[in-house]
Design a protein. Structure first.
Length: 315
């Protein structure tokens, strides 16, 4: 496949796939296009979108973060534990804690010179175990202090929950920061050529640590949204979202080799993945087969977006 064709697929392909999926599901279930159904679908997409946004920063630099779903589950536990005594401040505490955890992962990768796959895989197990211990391996129901986050799921604007608008605002903020900030393209530069970026004055180590810190921050945000939607916390609440989040980034057109991607692409990818989930349910597909679908989607997306010109040997 030529570079021009691949670039066109990255730009137009995800949007075309999204429209096609929506039409197919609507043909099977006409009520899918009702306002209530769209509100449900968009609300389900928000946690995947937020995890995907965090993952995007890491993938842009050429790495991968396998711990995001475990961190989101941990975030729900931290929030549920602290919200009764701290109220709204628990949201800030959760975001700060998850950002620091993400930064710690980045520091281990950068200064330990260990591949991100290995470190984040270890972090997945470690923080998953921490969440189990902190929660007593049980579900924590949020009641006291719930008004600090309830508005995300109960308030609506134009028929859509506030969580959806918060997700869109996050995408717009990331897009504007990358597009209009003088250093907004540093993640792309590091992913396209770390040595070249270093020679041009970019502090590549700080950028890579920052990418993992942002991944942790958005994992915390995803955990907060999940807690608001479920009115509870659990040590494995978000664990099933790891593959969908990675799929959302890759399906949106972000290259696994780094340097190519953006926030709006992740938004489209998250919607594609969510419509796939809902469409599977409408079509009567067993939910246990959804992970198979995500696996196939990830493989196809990587095959399409992989920049083979930057790799002498594919391993």
């Amino acid at each position: 496949m030529s570079r021009t064709t691949r670039d066109r697929l990255r730009l137009a392909g995800p949007s075309v796939v999204l429209v096609a999926l929506v039409l197919l599901v609507a043909l099977a279930e006409p009520n899918f296009l009702s306002m209530n159904a769209l509100a449900v679908v968009s609300a389900q997409a928000v946690p995947i979108l937020l995890l995907g946004l965090g993952q995007m920063f890491v993938i842009l630099t050429g790495g991968i973060d396998l711990s995001v779903a475990a961190l989101a589950s941990l975030a729900t536990v931290i929030l549920a534990t602290a919200i009764g005594s701290l109220g709204p401040l628990a949201v800030v505490v959760t975001l700060v804690a998850l950002t620091l955890i993400g930064a710690l992962t980045g520091l281990l990768i950068v200064f330990g010179q260990v591949p991100s796959f290995v470190v984040s895989l270890g972090a997945l197990g470690f923080w998953g175990a921490v969440a189990l211990v902190a929660s007593g391996s049980t579900t924590i129901y949020i009641s006291e202090g719930y008004d600090a986050i309830f508005w995300l799921s109960s308030w609506t604007v134009l028929g859509l929950p506030m969580a959806v608008w918060a997700g869109v605002a996050a995408v717009a903020a990331v897009f504007c920061a990358m597009r209009f900030s003088p250093r907004g393209n540093v993640f792309h530069l590091v992913g396209l050529g770390e040595i070249a970026a270093m020679m041009s004055g970019v502090r590549t180590r700080a950028v890579r640590v920052g990418a993992f810190a942002l991944s942790g921050f958005f994992a915390g945000a995803a955990g907060i949204v999940l807690s608001a939607q479920q009115q509870s916390a659990a040590p494995q609440l978000a664990d099933s979202l790891l593959l969908p989040a990675i799929a959302a980034v890759l399906v949106g057109g972000c290259a696994i080799t780094g340097g190519i991607g953006g926030a709006w692409r992740v938004l489209v990818g998250a919607l594609v993945v969510t419509v796939l989930r809902v469409g599977g349910s409408v079509a009567g597909i067993d939910p246990s087969f959804q992970q198979i679908v995500y696996g196939v989607v990830v493989i196809v997306a990587v095959a399409v977006t992989l920049d083979r010109s930057r790799l002498s040997i594919i391993k």
